[in-house]
Write a protein that binds this ligand. Structure first.
Ligand code: ZN
Ligand code: ZN
Length: 93
């Protein structure tokens, strides 16, 4: 099941389930749209993959399957994937 994480892993911005600016990679690494665009350049610092918009879980589903409460916070300093992947579309990496 998709893990709804509560914050941007890089800048710690709050990213609740209903936020429209949440991006995730295939492993659910979660970042705000601003970090993905300006800092990460659509390269996940953990796996090198691209990002897609996180789907919003409907409210009644959150009762059964709530969002994750504890944060993942790992600000990006050196991204070993950035230089090799930033100019390659995610489906070609
Ligand atoms: Zn951010
Ligand atoms: Zn990733």
């Amino acid at each position: 099941m998709l893990e709804i994480r509560p914050n941007c892993e890089n800048c710690d911005k709050a990213l609740p389930n209903d936020s429209l600016e949440v991006m995730i990679c295939t492993y659910e690494c979660t970042f705000c749209a601003e970090c993905v665009e300006n800092i990460l350049q659509n390269v996940c610092p953990n796996c090198g993959g691209g990002f897609e918009k996180r789907p919003i879980r409907p409210k009644n589903e959150l009762i059964k399957n709530p969002a994750r409460k504890d944060k993942v916070l790992k600000p990006v300093s050196f991204n070993k994937f950035l230089e090799t992947n930033k100019n390659i579309e995610p489906n070609k990496r």
